[in-house]
Design a protein around this ligand. Structure first.
Ligand code: SF4
Length: 308
């Protein structure tokens, strides 16, 4: 997959204990405007036609919430640039993005989709909502907002968004002991969506999160369970999302105005996409990120490929 990913900023007011963000600084308006300006410059330097023809991914924190009209205006200008430089010239290019869906969609989600609609490009948007059974929604109101927004995307724009959630011990147990069924929940709450399970990422909050990382045996039992109810497709999508996680690591900027990149020279600030060097490969050839079992240092991706 030849796509460039930009992590814009870590700002998110949801404070999940299981958040994977390393940078926990809440970016000021000035820093966010600077980031947007950097990305607008950076995307002009990329060969979208030949080298990164699959398009662009924008991530946060949460990028579809802002309290600042200035940031909103600048963000939408960035989206217009993305449309004109990347998406419009290439029918294959995708604008991929993710939101927790908690915030009012009128702030930025709808204005962003309205722009793609204006150019008749909604079929080139890959919109993901983050859901979670236990750790993400701290109030019923925030959960209901996420559900409302996933449905709005279908009702207003005719899009089928992807609802993604980390596969956790809690989610596995709830299925195996019969207290919860994701597919029934989907039908009842966001029927016009596709589901995707993600590998449990590293937690960077320093908090203990019980029932998050699953045991190896639990994964095998869960896969067996999914197969027994003919949910092979979701197993395939889990493998695909795990594999993609190790491939979507091109980024257009070294300097993301974070503590880590402070000492880069001016020349290094606006450079062409580069593979982030965070991925440490283990002897099986897969990322260390997939050694994520609670009780084993074996590679989850190797196991998944074997059970296929
Ligand atoms: S919603 Fe996402 S970005 Fe925000 S705190 Fe939770 S895990 Fe982190």
């Amino acid at each position: 997959m030849s796509m460039v990913q930009y992590g814009l900023w870590s700002n998110c007011t949801n404070s999940c204990d299981f958040c994977l963000l390393m940078d926990r600084e809440y970016k000021t308006v000035a820093k966010r405007l600077n980031m947007i300006a950097s990305v607008r410059e950076n995307i002009k330097t990329i060969d979208w036609k030949n080298q990164f023809s699959d398009g662009i991914s924008l991530l946060g924190g949460e990028i579809y919430y802002t309290e600042s009209e200035e940031v909103k205006k600048a963000f939408l200008e960035l989206i217009e640039d993305i449309i004109n430089i990347i998406i419009l010239p290439n029918k294959k290019a995708i604008y991929s993005t993710v939101t927790n869906g908690i915030y009012d969609s009128k702030i930025l989600l709808e204005p962003t989709l309205d722009l793609f609609k204006k150019y008749d490009l909604l079929d080139q948007v890959n919109l993901n909502f983050s859901w979670d059974l236990k750790y993400r929604f701290h109030t019923e109101e925030s959960l209901q907002s996420m559900i409302k927004n996933t449905n709005l995307v279908y009702d207003k724009y005719g899009m089928i968004p992807l609802v993604q959630t980390c596969l956790t011990q809690y989610l596995i147990d709830a299925h195996l002991n019969g207290t919860f069924n994701l597919f029934d929940y989907q039908k009842a709450n966001f029927p016009h969506t596709e589901l995707s399970l993600l590998y449990p990422h590293k937690i960077n909050t320093g908090k203990e999160v019980p029932d998050f990382f699953f045991t190896r045996e639990s994964l095998f039992r869960f896969i067996k369970y999914l197969k027994s109810i003919n949910q092979n497709e979701i197993v395939q999508r889990l493998i695909q999302s795990v594999t993609n996680s190790s491939q979507f690591k091109y980024t257009g900027l070294w300097n993301r105005d974070t503590l880590y990149y402070k000492n880069k020279t001016k020349k290094e600030l606006h450079q062409k996409p580069t593979l982030e060097n965070k991925q440490i490969l283990t002897e099986c050839g897969h990322s260390q990120l997939y050694r994520c079992y609670a009780d084993s240092d074996k590679c989850m991706l190797c196991d998944l490929l074997k059970v296929l």
